[in-house]
Structures are given as structure tokens and as C-alpha cells.
Design a protein around this ligand. Structure first.
Ligand code: GLU
Length: 497
């Protein structure tokens, strides 16, 4: 006898997929989990289906409130949303009914073996019961008698030992088959009455009408157990698509303990990634769009996404170790994509996103000012928080100290710098603070002084920005205005004298 889960065509408009993202709130939101969420979401949206968020929170000893917040914070930042939301802990009655149904069919048995100290089940929970083959053979009468006497028991799946092959077709990894005899009699209910992950997950997936389970490849082998549970509970198994693992450059599985903050979604948020760029980046980890494009909007991703484009090979996140500074550690493709997405935003949109970042860094900036500064720095920033260092001089009254040697132009000396600044002080006192008049009058001044325009501009740039590497000069002066410009030139002259 074979148990198999077919992979049926869902492309017909009558079958609207129902997919779920089912995090266990036992840690922060991992980038791999975020990718699982995104792939489910894209699948739902591209097929007119339903996206479900289900908190797999039955492992009460490992759940934390901090983890629930981290998951919601991360998902909120991604901004994709979902259609339905459930908590497994509120569905225990369904899980137990499902276990009861499987038990009544003779496909599960009670295991009265007490736990050994120090030993625990693979699920990791404390005080669970160990697999004891003798329990499988207990007569129903004996089992009922011990249960009626109040002896605690776990409920185990009676995995067939008759040569049965468990099969399913994975949309990514293809035909999968395993001899049932190679699967242990796994637990459905623990001795405290709580469902195991396997039971709760399958009971909920069946009850919620999940049509496609899209999740990490680390669950591929669990799926054999799940197919057994679905069949035993009288439910048709959904279709499965397992996603390749995300790994570090050295090939190890991404983990916070080993790789630090670079595996946590909120690190990207806090470093100034745009959610659309981060989503774009995650999509390219393990999925290849047919069009071979890299930078894609959410709309383009939705239109292009398909399970067929998912690869089997592990996807490498190319961050740099050691993770000393978060900037140094990000995958260069993520940073490049972010810069591309920044440039794709309107000035208004970008400005609105930069404002809170700049304010959080301690600058007091009016929205109107941010709007004027934004076009000057948009080509110069890769992450939102780069705006703090690229534009700080627009937001302070007093420039931070800089080296007066910076004021000296190329192939010039301190005397030339001084002459330039004194002439600039005169010119800028009278000229209109608009790009063209500024440009014309400062070029004319350079000619009068018989120096190159660059030699004229550099001392002014350093005087007003505090450094050589700064946005285009005339636009910068326009935004700073006459008063600030002249005050800063005055300071620079004093430095040189
Ligand atoms: N709670 C499980 C996890 O976080 C869900 C796995 C699944 O999608 O079935 O790994």
C-alpha cells in the first residue's frame, strides 16, 4: 500500500490557494523566516489566494513575549500584511479531537513510559515521554485500564511496519519517498496533553484548508510524518514546496548564535534598508526570476513569482565576518539593491523616510528642510542612515571641527585658500542665492584670481560642509542660504589667519 500526496494543478481560477506562515515565537524574526513569509505572500497574491499568519505557540516553555513582538515588528516593517490570523494555543481542542480521531482508528497508541531524567524527545520539550516499543503492543484493554486508572501517557502515531512507502511530490525537491518503517513512532500528544508540532501543524493546516505548505527545507523530512497524519485524520495532504536553506559564506546554516545580528530582520530595518529593497533581496535568495532581472518592485515580484523558479541549492547570504560593524557585514547585493530602490523613490517619499532616521540621530529637522536636502544626497546614500553622515552639515548651527588643511585647494596653499574665501565673502554677500547666479559669479571670481574653478570651489565647499566629499556646491549653498554660508566662510577665514 502506498500513501501519497499528489501535486495537482492549482493554476485554474477556481482554486484559490490558501497559504500560511507559521512561526514559532521562540526567537527573533530570522531572515530565513522573513523569506518564507514573503514567498507565501507572493504565492497568495499572484494567485488571488489567502495569506494566513499562524503563531505556532504550543511550546509554552519556549515561547516568549519578546519573540512575539520581534515577529510582529519585523512583519509590520515588511508591510505586506496578511488576511487571516490564528494562534495555535487557542485551537488545542481541535488538535486533541484530531488526535482522538486518529486514536479511534487504531492509528495511534498510548505510551505510558515515564520520561528518563536528562533524556527528552526530539521536539525539545521537557518531561516528554520516550519511545518504548513495548507500548505499541499493549492490548487495548490494558491500555484503557491504565488510562482509566489515571496513569499519564503520551499518544504516539502507530507508524505502519508493513513495507508501506510514504510519498509526496515537493514542488521544489520533486518526488519524495520513504519507507514508513524508517520513521519512528512519533508523538502526537505529550503526557501533559499538549499537542506536538507535527499534530498541531497538520490539524490546523487541514482545518484552515491550507492548500500549499511553503516552508524551509529543514522541514522536508518532517513531511513524511505529516503525510501520515493527514491521511490518518482523513484529510487530503496539501501540496508542499520546501525552500532552500539560507547559508553563510562558509556554507553553515545562518544562526544568530554563530553569525550575530546579520540574521535578524530588525537589523536591516535599523540600518536603513527600505523594506521593498530587503524583500527584493530576500526573493533572490533561492528564487530565480525568468527575466533574470535583479532590481524588482513588489508588483514586478508578484507578477514574476512562481514555485518553478525556486532552486534546490542552498542560497548564500554574502555578509562578511566578523560581524563587528553591521554595515561591514551586509551582503553587497542587499546594499546595492537598497541604493537602487532609494533612487527609484520620489523625492517626497524618500524625504519622508529619511526624516525620522535623521531625527532619531539627534538632529532637529523640519520636513520642508529635509525635502530640500533629499535631492542633494539621494545619489550619495546606500542606506537610509547614510543620510546622517551625508547631510549632517545641513542640520547643525555650528559645524563640527575640521582640519583647516582641508581648506587648501589642489596645487595651492593657505594664502590661496584665504584669498578665495575673502573674495567669496564679497561675492556671496551680493549675489542671488540661486544655482546659476552662484555658478556664474564664483566662476568669474576664479578667473579674476587667475585660478582654476576647482581651486575656487574647494575652500568654499570645505568651509560650508566641513569636508571635501559633499553634494554639488551651488545646490548646497542654495539650501544653506546666505546667512549660514557667510558665517561659515567667516569661521574658515578665522581658522586660516
Ligand atoms: N512553527 C514551525 C517553524 O517555525 C512551522 C513550520 C511549518 O511551516 O510547518 O518552523
Amino acid at each position: 500500500m502506498d500513501i501519497s500526496s499528489g501535486f495537482t494543478d492549482t493554476s485554474s481560477p477556481t482554486s484559490r490557494p490558501r497559504v500560511r506562515f507559521a512561526p514559532s515565537p521562540t526567537g527573533f524574526l530570522h531572515v530565513g523566516s522573513a523569506r518564507t513569509f514573503i514567498f507565501n505572500w507572493l504565492y497568495a497574491r499572484s494567485h488571488g489566494g489567502t495569506m494566513i499568519l499562524r503563531l505556532d505557540d504550543t511550546d509554552v516553555e519556549r515561547n516568549t513575549e519578546a519573540s512575539v513582538s520581534s515577529i510582529f515588528d519585523g512583519l509590520k516593517w515588511l508591510g505586506l500584511g496578511w488576511d487571516e490570523e490564528y494562534k495555535q494555543s487557542e485551537r488545542l481542542a481541535l488538535h486533541r479531537q484530531t488526535a482522538e480521531r486518529i486514536f479511534q482508528r487504531g492509528l495511534a497508541y498510548r505510551d505510558f513510559t515515564p520520561a528518563h531524567t536528562g533524556d527528552s524527545e526530539k521536539s525539545g520539550a521537557q518531561g516528554t515521554w520516550l519511545f518504548n516499543p513495548g507500548m505499541r503492543e499493549l492490548s487495548p484493554a490494558e491500555s484503557d485500564r491504565r488510562a482509566a486508572a489515571g496513569e499519564p501517557f503520551a499518544l504516539r502515531f502507530r507508524v505502519p511496519r508493513d513495507g508501506l512507502q510514504v510519498r509526496f511530490v515537493d514542488a521544489v525537491y520533486g518526488e519524495q519517498a520513504k519507507l514508513a518503517a524508517d520513521i519512528e513512532d512519533f508523538a502526537l500528544l505529550r503526557s501533559d496533553g499538549m499537542p506536538t508540532y507535527h499534530l498541531a501543524s497538520c490539524a490546523d493546516d487541514a482545518d484552515l484548508g491550507i492548500s500549499h505548505i511553503i516552508r524551509g527545507q529543514d522541514h522536508l523530512t518532517n513531511t513524511f510524518k505529516h503525510v501520515l497524519i493527514f491521511e490518518a485524520a482523513g484529510a487530503k495532504p496539501p501540496q508542499f514546496a520546501h525552500l532552500p536553506l539560507l547559508v553563510a559564506p562558509d556554507g553553515t546554516k545562518l544562526s544568530k548564535r554563530r553569525h550575530g545580528p546579520v540574521v535578524s530582520v530588525t537589523t536591516y530595518r535599523d540600518a536603513g534598508f527600505l523594506p521593498e529593497a530587503f524583500i527584493n533581496f530576500l526573493c533572490l535568495l533561492g528564487w530565480s526570476p525568468k527575466n533574470d532581472r535583479e532590481q524588482m518592485s513588489l508588483q514586478e515580484l508578484t507578477a514574476a513569482f512562481s514555485l518553478e523558479g525556486i532552486n534546490r541549492a542552498n542560497a548564500v547570504v554574502n555578509f562578511k565576518e566578523p560581524a563587528t560593524t553591521p554595515e561591514g557585514t551586509f551582503d553587497p547585493k542587499a546594499v546595492w539593491l537598497n541604493a537602487e530602490h532609494i533612487r527609484a523613490l520620489t523625492v517626497e517619499d524618500l524625504s519622508a523616510r529619511l526624516l525620522p532616521v535623521v531625527c532619531a540621530a539627534g538632529f532637529n529637522v523640519e520636513p520642508a528642510r529635509m525635502l530640500r536636502v533629499t535631492p542633494l544626497i539621494r545619489e550619495r546614500i546606500k542606506l537610509l542612515r547614510d543620510a546622517v553622515t551625508a547631510a549632517d552639515f545641513f542640520f547643525v548651527d555650528q559645524l563640527p571641527p575640521y582640519d583647516s588643511a582641508e581648506l587648501i585647494p589642489q596645487k595651492g596653499d593657505a594664502a590661496m585658500a584665504l584669498k578665495v574665501l575673502q573674495r567669496a565673502r564679497e561675492v556671496l554677500a551680493g549675489v542671488e542665492f540661486k544655482h546659476d547666479p552662484l555658478d556664474g559669479s564664483l566662476r568669474a571670481a576664479a578667473q579674476e584670481l587667475a585660478i582654476k574653478p576647482g581651486q575656487m570651489f574647494q575652500p568654499i565647499r570645505v568651509a560650508v560642509c566641513g569636508r571635501k566629499n559633499a553634494p554639488p556646491l551651488f545646490e548646497t549653498l542654495e539650501v544653506l542660504g546666505r546667512e549660514t554660508t557667510l558665517a561659515r566662510i567667516e569661521d574658515a577665514i578665522r581658522k586660516l589667519q
